[in-house]
Design a protein around this ligand. Structure first.
Ligand code: T46
Length: 136
């Protein structure tokens, strides 16, 4: 499974902690969009899609949740609960996320502006896309 966990430097002081994220330095892409997800029901399942091109760094800045990644061959669950750690994923990875704590806030840094055409929302189409890329 192709993904990376990025550990950011924590700037700690007696007044509390901070993390500084810089485009291209802290994450391996130019950040074009930021969005965040909150107030999610515990067993809601979000995601259920892959992307043709998008790169993203996903940070659980509060609380915890589980990301299930699928590359068409295997599935792996990554538990996110650390605001100084990002899950970095590139294209052609099917993702679902669930098991949200009440205080969960998921912040996502994305390499592109929102574009519905970049989504693969059908799992069978995702498998076809992965197999096509593999046999190119
Ligand atoms: C991923 C996880 C972590 C927009 O209009 N603009 C946006 O920037 C986004 C992200 C979404 N939307 C609309 C599109 C849909 O009608 O909001 C609705 C729900 O978004 P989406 O289907 O993208 O579902 P999420 O929030 O479950 O998934 C998102 C990312 O798409 C996904 O790549 O990794 O967050």
């Amino acid at each position: 499974m192709e993904y990376t966990l990025l550990d950011f430097n924590v700037l700690d002081s007696r007044q509390g902690n901070a993390v500084n994220i810089e485009s291209e330095n802290s994450v391996p892409f130019d950040i074009k969009r930021i969005y965040y997800i909150f107030n999610t029901e515990r067993y809601a399942v979000r995601g259920r899609h892959a992307h043709h091109n998008l790169e993203q760094a996903i940070i659980c800045v509060s609380g915890a949740c589980d990301f299930i990644l699928d590359d068409g061959k295997e599935r792996e669950t990554i538990h996110l609960d650390d605001p100084s750690r990002a899950l970095y994923i590139k294209n052609n990875i099917w993702r679902e996320f669930t098991n949200f704590t009440e205080d969960c806030v998921v912040m996502v840094l994305a390499s592109e502006h929102y574009n519905e055409d970049d989504y693969i929302r059908d799992y069978n189409k995702f498998i076809d896309t992965v197999n096509f890329e593999k046999n190119k």
